[in-house]
Design a protein around this ligand. Sequence first.
Ligand SMILES: Nc1ncnc2c1ncn2[C@@H]1O[C@H](COP(=O)(O)OP(=O)(O)OP(=O)(O)O)[C@@H](O)[C@H]1O
Ligand SMILES: [Mg+2]
Length: 371
Amino acid sequence: MQGSLGCTAASLPSFSAPTVQRSAASPSQHSFVGIMSRCPKMRKVFSTLEKVSGTDATVLVLGESGTGKELVARALHRLSGRKGKLVPVNCGAIPEEILESELFGHEKGAFTGATGSKVGRFQLADGGTIFLDEIGEMSPKLQVKLLRVLQDQIIEPVGSTKSIPIDVRIVAATNKDLRQEVKAGNFREDLYYRLQVVPVQLPALRERCGDVELLSNYFLEREAESLGRPGLHFTPDALRTLMQFQWPGNVRELENLIRRLAVLSDGDGITDEHFPEYIMESSGGPSSDETEVYELPDSGLNFNDVVDSFESNLILKALHRTEWNKKAAANLLQLNRTTLVEKIKKKGLEKFRTEHEVSHDPIRPDFSMAN
Ligand SMILES: Nc1ncnc2c1ncn2[C@@H]1O[C@H](COP(=O)(O)OP(=O)(O)OP(=O)(O)O)[C@@H](O)[C@H]1O
Ligand SMILES: [Mg+2]
């Protein structure tokens, strides 16, 4: 399941996990207004946000579910220095008639059940920012009304003839391909261009080099603090597994998994054994993908330990495959048989021989030169 898209995960050997793994880099070093990343693609996003934050330009945030679109909207509002509030509206979760009065407000008697007047969210956001989430779900009728707000900076409450001027910065977001929606006739082209004055495309987590490790450690540290368990950490194997998984649900999925692992783990070390099966199955073993890169954890690594572990891993694989026939295993590894036997002894690999493999060779003395 290794993707050919961006960066694939590290393939550090999985044989032993002797040391505690925690990010040595300070989280703040990789934080942009609470958005964690050390990926160059995200740094470009941060630079765009920085440039646009002090302006009134409408921003359209695009990205798969769970990639941090709301986080970006919050960051933009904080950086803008606008005195008003950030008012979020989920356009996909509210039926059309209710959404209209939610956004623009209504007058008393505007429709059945309108027993009083109501101030809309655009007015609540006056002097601040409105975050129109799931904008791709907005009905054609409301798209027309929104276009007028963007053009004239005025709103008209439902059932009113009054035009109320507003000063609101608009940030919209969607996980839909809006261009495609325009082509399909579901989204107005003029509104699309008005909204995407500054488009911000968030890369999926699988395309962000190094972020899975950074975010995993960041979320675990956060959980460790809230649970009062400062020793919580991932073993190197566990971190490697997390880095190899493709994360269809992106950062939210990773965050939720880590929350669950932190709460359910008994000891301080979170290992592969704590992961749900689907993570282990999809992470698989080392990939043969040619685009694979080896990542160096923030905390560094002990070169000799890692190389030693890698060697042990390969030897064990060869031994398992040949059912502990050392001559055949030595051939597989293109090693001299005596060299292999010495390595097995030095590394104490005999203990990894399974019962099934032992039963194949009942008279075999440990590290004998017998086979
Ligand atoms: N780079 C990041 N650093 C830290 N936390 C992040 C980051 N990206 C996302 N998160 C966290 O992941 C979760 C999902 O983020 P958010 O709600 O912003 O995503 P979204 O793109 O709006 O998702 P959806 O499309 O489902 O609405 C949140 O809890 C958020 O705090
Ligand atoms: Mg969201």
